[in-house]
Design a protein around this ligand. Structure first.
Ligand SMILES: [Zn+2]
Ligand SMILES: [Zn+2]
Ligand SMILES: [Zn+2]
Length: 255
């Protein structure tokens, strides 16, 4: 199965530049140092899958000509990963159908609370969503594509990563069990969060991300969910082994 993966955003929850920051990364005019909130788009030829829907989704979709979405997978309910749900409305207009959104039950509850108007409509202007529960560790199918959920811990919060064929996406986590690492062997592309150098209770550091990449040993890896403090794209790149690169917004990878 040929897959094209587009990194729609590679920034942490604030995005880069950070409002009001004068550091060299935030002041940089290079496109590779501008990071919208994290999300990836996967195209298999028949099926288009979005993982997470950031507050920047509208401009990400316009920039990348995303005109069809078969399903949205949500890793967890932090705002930088669900903030764009309202912007699914145009896809309702295009298809006349609700958009399937897949996530764990706690995430479904949060979506129902935070986007309550979509489920108790008092106006026509709502995103029509059909919420499907992911029952970890069970794999599930979207069209003919098998999705394997991966358990991650975002400090104490259980969140999901996803493996789809030879691609895997792991964001917003501080811990992964060895059993889960085993589910990620033999892949061509790993997109993994690497927030910053300084330890953070909810996120792996750059050096920990590199250790996890080494354990999984994918053919190639890209870093995402990066803070401005991780540095400029060109500087991060110099610190990475040959099969690893910092991702950048709108980067397309085919596997
Ligand atoms: Zn996040
Ligand atoms: Zn900065
Ligand atoms: Zn998070």
């Amino acid at each position: 199965m040929l897959m094209r993966i587009t990194l729609l955003g590679t920034g942490t929850s604030t995005g880069v530049p950070l409002i009001g920051c004068n550091c060299e990364v935030c002041r940089s005019t290079e496109l590779r140092n501008k990071r919208l909130r994290s999300s990836v788009f996967i195209e298999t030829g028949t099926t288009n899958i979005l993982i997470d829907i950031s507050p920047d989704f509208r401009q990400q979709a316009l920039l990348n000509n995303i005109n069809k979405i078969d399903a949205v997978l949500i890793t967890h309910a932090h705002r930088d990963h669900i903030g764009g749900l309202d912007d699914l409305k145009p896809y309702n207009y295009l298809t006349g159908n609700p958009i399937p959104v897949y996530s764990e039950s706690n995430v479904i509850q949060t979506i129902r609370t935070e986007f309550h108007y979509a489920f108790n409509p008092t106006t026509d202007s709502i995103p029509q969503l059909t919420l499907f529960e992911i029952k970890y560790p069970l794999s599930f199918n979207i069209n003919n594509i098998t999705i394997t959920p991966i358990r991650l811990f975002h400090e104490n919060l259980p969140v999901l990563g996803f493996r789809i064929g030879k691609f895997a996406y792991l964001t917003d986590f501080s811990h992964i069990d060895n059993d889960e690492l085993q589910k990620l062997l033999n892949i061509d592309l790993l997109v993994i969060a690497a927030l910053r150098h300084k330890p953070h209770p909810k996120h792996v550091t750059f050096s920990r991300a590199l250790e996890i990449i080494e354990a999984i040993n994918p053919r190639m890896a890209r870093l995402t969910h990066m803070s401005h403090t991780l540095g400029k794209h060109s500087d991060i790149s110099l610190k990475c082994p040959p099969n690893v690169q910092p991702g950048f917004d709108n980067e397309m990878l085919t596997i």
